[in-house]
Design a protein around this ligand. Sequence first.
Ligand code: HEC
Ligand code: HEC
Length: 497
Amino acid sequence: MIQSPWKVSGVLACLLLLGGCGGDSNDKARFQPTLDERVAAVAQQQGISGDPSVGRSLPDIASPKAQLGMQLFFSKGLGGDLDSACVSCHHPMLGGGDDLSLSIGVEAVQPDLLGPGRLHLSTGTHFDGGPTVPRNAPSTFNIVFYDEVLFHDGRVESLDKTAGLNGAGGGIRTPDSAFGVADPDAGANLSIAQARFPVTSPEEMRGFSFEAGNNNAALRTHLEQRLRGSDVELALVTNQWLDAFRHGFEQPAADANTLITYDNVAEALASYQNSQVLIDSPWKAYREGDLQAISDQAKRGALLFYNSKEQGGAGCAGCHSGDFLTDEQFHVVGMPQVGRGKGDGPDGSEDFGRFRETGDADDKYAFRTPHLLNVTETGPWGHAGGYTSLEAVVRHHLNPQQAIDNFDFSQLDPAVQVSNMTANTQKALDQLASLRLAGKSQLPEAVLSDEQVDQLLAFLETLTDPCVKDRDCMAKWIPDNTISDPDGLRLQAQSTL
Ligand code: HEC
Ligand code: HEC
């Protein structure tokens, strides 16, 4: 039930002319907008349809290439030491992430145990007392809607940033090329470009001895050889990858050297991930005309989310803009810096965020605005997973300094705590304070009542597609035993996943 353009523009005009419409009180009463009309007006004004997929081409999980991608995504055969797969940190039943503040990839005590309880080996040369991965694993759901950057610091970046193309418009910069320069091997979209890198990270998948000291190209060549069956060092006991690639790329007669290339691995992985479109939320249903799909509390939350501070809102959409709820830009908001850091700062325990890529002083401690689809299911939140409650993340935005002053670091798993996390987080807050003084911060200092915070949370809850919590609905993204396990190294997630 779409309102007529006349009516919408009438309401819009009333809202924009703050004095109201018409001259006498009868007119005022007649034009007093309802809660639904007020939400419709602000959504209309910001171009929010509720559906981020409009005008995009999306791969289908049933396609052969996405099916091959699923086999690869679940295989520890892509891990240097055969102990870590993409799914170790991005499981469909864990919101497309791992449910941990900081990820644990290689050297897990039980490699097939995902989520809370997954621990890093407490012996060995690389054990440093906690998860070795310094950042929180974002969800792989809906990444097809990113058009500009992937990763918390945007180190995979579309150079022309055309809307609607997932980076397919022009060149893509990756960690294999200099800032601002296209990587000739990046592939056709951001998801393909990204899929070239997890295998190169020692902490995530590579391990500390596989191709140690050699460059990314050598590492990928070695993985190609392994999947082709020509790796003399570490032959796979079972190897039916050629069949799987022939089927996936629909080339039944092609040989291993033609088909089993890392470019094709990345393309298949991206097809699988880009098929994870999970957007059928109550908010979308509401925007498409089902006025009962969300509660009045959530509608008030939507007004707070979309209206600026000056309009009486919290100004969230200033950064979490559009139907994908992100501007894909970088902002300093000072969320907790926990874990071992990215090697930045005097003792290496800091994470400079976007500054690591641009070298621009204003970008120090800036991180990409994440999208908020299915956000109730993608915690812990923040680039280092410092927040374990959604309410705390929302309150953080309202008053970051106060939130950190009151932050109970002991709520975190002792393994992710390091002694200087309070001091490191304070540096980001000091940066926020100085950007604010210089008029360079887009974070409004909105003051909300407890009731309004609850309304915002009720709105955020409407962004979750119920499918993501339903094992049967998600089954098509989790291989069962009717789908071949080409190397016998499929990660069989323990517990009920
Ligand atoms: C050890 C855990 C781990 C493993 C294994 C892992 N990832 Fe990730 N993934 C992460 C973390 C942590 C990040 C964020 C890193 C950053 O931003 O610096 C990430 C980021 C991503 C992103 C970017 C999402 C976004 O919102 O920008 C994608 C896509 C992704 N991973 C896909 C994959 C694929 C494909 C594989 C397998 C080839 C894989 N990951 C293996 C932990 C992991
Ligand atoms: C100045 C831009 C900006 C504004 C305004 C803003 N956010 Fe954010 N938001 C961010 C950034 C940047 C992050 C990620 C910070 C990090 O990773 O350390 C984030 C993270 C979040 C997260 C955690 C998501 C995740 O996956 O970890 C939630 C939830 C969130 N914001 C909700 C809100 C709400 C609600 C409002 C309004 C009260 C709001 N944001 C206003 C920039 C903004």
